[in-house]
Design a protein around this ligand. Structure first.
Ligand code: ADP
Length: 270
């Protein structure tokens, strides 16, 4: 219950929370300096309320008597949470989280609900350079979800439909025009598998082209919700000419990164 959530700065000094307020999902990570506990829920029209409820629930499930007093936010809605004690950019948290999950990684590709980004890392995990598309839905999770809806295929099943299929070329990348093109292809009798493979191929091409100026080198870690689509992972890896690794908990990279940065901040400020 939201009303019962009081953040007591004296309680649970040994944990911090990282919250990624994404455009489609909110993720909470509780970290104690050596391990983490993670949960997510769909975003709502009231991100602050949803985030606080999820924080309270995650804290309870993690066995805490109260939520951590240090709360770091990141993501699209990172400024929505008035209880936040720290706020970090998505680039900083995704880099930190991906490097924690894959310590050998030198490049991070993150595709979430509303943006796509590429981050080049130094061997000790510092951000060297990055690119980001957050101006339009093309090539993002929202684009895929809209196409899945037009095709009657849940977003989590798109990968299986496209695996091994010969892609049908999709020309439009704007979500509205691509939806019309997809509907027209269905009417022409093109198989859903070929259409979905075509959509995935265009996302992989577009992502590879967006990050090409940063010369991505292995190991390349793929994070964010779209990394759960194995067919896109495969096609992106072919476009880049390098293997692409999807770490366990890839969707939590931003929240993990926020929690790790909060932990460092906590240690530095004693
Ligand atoms: P945000 O942080 O912006 O909320 P996420 O990183 O959570 O975004 O990614 C959300 C996107 O991931 C959705 O728009 C959807 O397209 C995609 N997605 C979510 N779950 C899956 C899944 N199981 N398989 C493939 N794609 C998924």
């Amino acid at each position: 219950m939201l009303q019962s959530l009081t953040i007591d700065k004296k309680k649970e000094p040994g944990t911090v929370a990282g919250i990624d307020l994404g455009s489609t999902r909110i993720k909470v990570v509780i970290y104690n300096g050596s391990s983490y506990f993670a949960r997510m829920s769909d975003a709502s029209w009231d991100p602050e309320k949803t985030a606080l409820e999820l924080l309270a629930e995650t804290s309870r499930e993690a066995g805490l008597s109260a939520p951590p007093s240090i709360i770091a936010t990141t993501g699209y809605g990172r400024r929505c949470l008035s209880h936040a004690t720290l706020t970090f950019t998505e680039i900083a948290t995704h880099a930190k989280g991906a490097f924690y999950l894959v310590p050998e990684c030198r490049f991070v590709v993150d595709i979430g609900g509303q943006d796509a980004k590429g981050i080049r890392l130094s061997s000790d995990g510092r951000v060297e350079d990055f690119v980001m598309n957050d101006k339009c839905a093309a090539g993002t999770g929202r684009f895929l979800s809209a196409m899945g809806q037009a095709l009657g295929v849940p977003v989590e099943d798109l990968g299986a439909y496209a695996t091994g299929a010969e892609p049908h070329r999709i020309n439009a990348m704007c979500t509205v025009f691509a939806e019309s093109e997809v509907i027209s292809l269905i009417h022409q009798g093109v198989s859903r598998n070929a259409i979905i493979a075509g959509l995935h191929a265009s996302i992989a091409r577009r992502t590879a082209s967006m990050i090409s100026s940063l010369h991505p080198e292995p190991l390349i870690a793929f994070t964010g919700g779209v990394s759960q689509n194995a067919d896109i992972v495969q096609r992106l890896s072919e476009e880049l000419g390098h293997p692409v690794i999807v770490p366990h908990d890839a969707v939590y990279a931003g929240a993990i990164g926020a929690a790790l940065l909060a932990w460092e901040h906590r240690s530095e400020s004693g």
